[in-house]
Ligand binder design. Sequence first.
Ligand code: FES
Ligand code: FES
Length: 207
Amino acid sequence: MSEHHDTPDVTNVSRRGFLKGFGAGTAATSLLSPLSLREAAAAERGGAIGPGEVPVVLMINGLKRDVRVEPRVTLLDALRNRLNLTGPKKVCDRGTCGACTVLLDGQPAYSCSLLAIEVEGRAITTIEGIGTPDQMNSVQRAFVANDAQQCGFCTPGFVTAATAYVRKNPQATNDDICKALGGNLCRCGTYAGMLLAVADATTKGGA
Ligand code: FES
Ligand code: FES
C-alpha cells in the first residue's frame, strides 16, 4: 500500500527551490533573516544544521549582534571569541563554577552550558551590560567597598548572579544570600567579603 504524505519531503528541496517557495515575492536572500537562511540550509540537509558555521542573531546587552558560529559553539565561546565580550570567564567549561554566568531573560545561566544557537531571541546580559567602571551598579559598588575580591577571576560571574538575586530579593538574609550564590565558586576563598558585599547591596535597596 502506498503511503500518502501531506508534507513535502524537505530532503529533496534544492536551495533554489526552497528560496523560491519560501520567498514568495522576496527577490533577494539578503532580505531573509539569519534564522530563515539557517532553515534553508537545514532543509537542504534534510533538517540537519551544521557542521559548518550558521548565522545567529543574539540580543546582548540590549543590542542585536549578528555572528556566524558552528552549531556546536557555546554561548560563552561566541561571546568571548567572536563578540569580544570577555567579562564572562571560561574556567571549568562544564557548568560547575559559575565564572561564565550571564543573565538569560534576567535569570542567571552558565553560558558554557548553552549553545549560541539555542539562545536566539532571548535577552542576554553580560557583566559588560550590568555596569561600567564609571557607572557601576549597587552590587559592583558594594564589591569594591567591601574588598570582595582577590584575583578577581570569579568576580564577573558572582556580580552577575548577585545582581539578579538582589533585584528579586531585596529583603534577603545572609543565609538566603549564601544559598543563592551556591552556584558560583571562588578559588581564592573570598566568600566572607562577597557575602558582606551582597548583603550591603541588599540593604541599600537592590541592584
Ligand atoms: S566556566 Fe561555566 S560554569 Fe565554569
Ligand atoms: S577572587 Fe580569585 S577566584 Fe574568586
